[in-house]
Design a protein around this ligand. Structure first.
Ligand SMILES: [Zn+2]
Length: 241
């Protein structure tokens, strides 16, 4: 199977998993850098993630221009994806979502930090990007490259960022990794809220976070991916390298 077709199937599966696991609802999206052209990326047309099919996946230049739209309407917030691929050569997949447990942290400025082993993949602490700082009153959506680039600046080395009053953006070294971090960002935020209501929280030490992240690879991620594929009614593809 050509690599691009393999990645398109991965993206369809990733959309279904993110919907099944409650990270996206009718909104939110995941992309992959194009495997044959690092200056392009692959992202669905504007559609609820649970409904996405292979024919919905479109190709874009990093500035958000569609390569062959065929009448398909793109997401308004696609600029998040291109700006991160432009700023971060290490990034191969981007998720943008509005998962519920992260929203209170963006609104209060209370930092999300890893509270348990599985949460280490979110980084030492999740930065908060506030569109109002640079752009004033907006619809809060990232609708051009200037906003996308400003968001990307807030996550120069972080795998995650919250967007005040809006949601979160997550990057990964491949599609499965970006989904993994997105799911555990939501779980960590939910558990952190519960723990904070009980009293002082003892977060993971930075050295512990580093040790867990060093160990987070295909061995663990594929185990989760197989399980999530089953729950979402999708076949797990054999890995391509
Ligand atoms: Zn959004």
């Amino acid at each position: 199977m050509p690599k691009v077709d393999w990645i398109i199937e991965e993206l369809v599966t990733a959309n279904r998993i993110l919907a099944r696991e409650g990270i996206v609802d009718s909104f939110g999206h995941i992309s992959s850098r194009h495997p044959d052209n690092p200056q392009h990326y692959l992202l669905s047309r504007a559609r609820a993630p649970e409904r996405i099919e292979a024919a919905d996946i479109m190709e874009f230049a990093l500035d958000g221009t569609p390569v062959d739209p065929q009448g398909r309407a793109p997401y308004l917030e696609r600029f998040i994806h291109g700006a991160l691929y432009e700023a971060r050569p290490d990034v191969m997949s981007v998720v943008h979502h509005h998962s519920e447990s992260v929203i209170p942290f963006g609104a209060t400025g209370m930092k999300i930090k890893p509270i348990f082993h599985m949460g280490a993949s979110i980084g030492h602490e999740v930065p908060v990007w506030d569109s109002h700082d640079q752009f004033g009153d907006t619809s809060l959506l990232v609708t051009d490259m200037a906003m996308g680039r400003d968001l990307a600046k807030s996550m120069t080395s972080s795998p995650t960022a919250l967007m005040r009053g809006h949601g979160a953006t997550v990057v990964g070294r491949n599609v499965r990794h970006a989904v993994y971090v997105s799911i555990y960002l939501e779980v960590n935020a939910r558990l952190q809220k519960e723990a904070m209501a009980m009293g002082n929280v003892k977060f993971l030490h930075p050295g512990e976070v580093d040790k867990v992240r060093e160990r987070t690879g295909a061995y663990g991620i594929n185990r989760a991916w197989e399980n999530w594929c089953g729950r979402a009614g999708r076949e797990m593809q054999p890995e391509q390298t």
